[in-house]
Design a protein around this ligand. Structure first.
Ligand code: SAH
Ligand code: DHB
Ligand code: MG
Length: 220
């Protein structure tokens, strides 16, 4: 990876996503708890924030919480009476996220649900939730195509579906059968392109997280 990509990322972070106390301590707490450092970058967090504001999001669903870093960005985009529901399979990750969200002053707006997303999603639907304005998919990549189906089902017309990690260093072009993440992302991209209820695009990104990409789709 050309070092200029990381340098430009640092430059953009400083201009558009300067670290604050809550974001910094969230990263520190996650690192100290031994969580993998795979949260979105600061500028990607800012992108999530801007997208949420663009759809005037009052209800957001996140699939894949980790330590709550992206959830802080999304939670901050909500009005005080807005709601973020975030799904996480790991009890340990969820505990770190709850602490971080609480320290960020967002506990009143954010609900972390522990369990495999494919169990939590039907439970969410069964409890009669209003449709979401935005869904951010960022959990296990083999699950992405199923998460897309749920996202389409749970998002209002005009709402937004966003998914992280859909390029995987270009390995989506010819995924090694052993690379579940790249295969999952490739299947997801094909399903996204074929989904008639969505206007979709995928952008490749470079930066401190290497070469990857993000999907953005509007529900018709
Ligand atoms: N959105 C986070 C990063 C998420 S990393 C951020 O940017 O800050 C992916 C997370 O998905 C991990 O915490 C992992 O434990 C979780 N995950 C993996 N499989 C899952 C599943 N089946 N259901 C819910 N969460 C899952
Ligand atoms: C990786 C990065 C991510 O953003 C993610 O959600 C999962 C995995 C990675 O680089 O392995
Ligand atoms: Mg990700």
């Amino acid at each position: 990876m050309d070092p200029v990509f990381e340098k430009v990322d640092a430059y953009l972070d400083e201009l558009f996503a300067p670290p604050d106390e809550a974001l910094q301590s969230a990263l520190k707490a996650a690192a100290e708890a031994g969580l993998p450092r795979i949260q979105v970058s600061p500028v990607q967090g800012k992108l999530l924030y801007v997208l949420a504001r663009l759809v005037s999001a009052r209800r957001i669903l996140e699939i894949g919480t980790l330590g709550g870093y992206s959830a802080i960005w999304l939670g901050r985009a909500l009005d005080p009476d807005g709601r973020l529901v975030t799904l996480e399979v790991s009890e340990e990750h969820a505990a770190v996220a709850r602490d971080n969200l609480s320290a960020a002053g967002l506990s009143d707006r954010v609900e972390v649900i522990v369990g495999p997303a494919l169990a939590s999603l039907p439970a969410l639907e069964a409890r009669g939730e209003d449709p979401f304005d935005m869904v951010f998919i960022d959990a296990d990549k083999p699950g992405y195509s199923e998460y897309l189906r749920w996202a389409v089902r749970l998002t209002r017309s005009g709402g937004l579906i966003v998914a992280d990690n859909v390029i995987r260093g270009g390995r989506i072009l010819a995924p090694d059968p052993g690379d579940e993440a790249a295969s999952g992302a490739r299947d997801f991209n094909a399903a996204l392109a074929a989904e008639p209820d969505l206007d979709s695009v995928v952008l490749q990104l470079v930066g401190r997280k290497g070469h990857d990409g993000i999907a953005i789709a509007r529900v018709r």
